[in-house]
Design a protein around this ligand. Sequence first.
Ligand code: ADP
Length: 253
Amino acid sequence: MGKVSIKNVSQYFINREGNKTQALADINLEIKDKEFICVIGPSGCGKTTLLRTIAGLENPSSGELALDSEKITGPDPRRGMVFQEYSLFPWRTVIRNITFGPEMQGMNKEKAQEIAEEYLELVGLEHFKNSYPYELSGGMRQRVAIARALANDPEVLLMDEPFGSLDAQTRNVLQSELLDIWYRKQITIIFVTHSVDEAVFLADKIVILTARPGRVKDIIDVNLPRPRNRTGPDTNQLRDRVLKILAEERVKK
Ligand code: ADP
């Protein structure tokens, strides 16, 4: 039994015209504790839907999901989420963005402040605690979003293309920082990306989805030693393999 268990999950949406869209078809996944999973697949194949369903923000049309064998029925602080962008409260300072979650969970202000400062330090932003999100670069905003999710002490971190809008250099830096956090906090991470390079650099396992409706097409074990190189024969070979599998899905469309 995995940390996160996804059994026969399908997801349909009905739009305003009454048309039915199937986003996910019969997804089965067992994700182990402390694993770093990257989910990759063609645009619109249901990656975000899968993450939102694990977060408990969507109910599956059929099938079941569980965390530690306990059925997922809605959002829970044990499953934290980091979105692509614009997820911070613009009217709150950096530190008050982070204290929000713990305070919502009933923690007193002093304790929440202490925890927020600890996580700000972890992401290297302790000197920006009184800044507002608009005063920060994209990379810094995503660091705050990560600190905010971690402040709720999640066991599973769900990340939806969190570095997708960053420039390549910042993105590389944040990937390394995230690996460091993952290692230190010993959490499970499920990370959606459409970058093969990113998946190969980060993941223990890469879950490749088919074009919509998303089904699990392949699960690739990434056995490259850590810390990883971004280039080199083994990395390049794996990247080629994933790209070839993804290309099959483009041909189908
Ligand atoms: P991805 O993240 O892989 O790009 P999504 O999960 O965002 O894909 O979307 C998968 C499909 O489900 C798309 O066709 C999208 O339009 C549809 N979809 C997602 N959420 C909704 C919703 N709330 N209502 C209707 N259709 C939706």
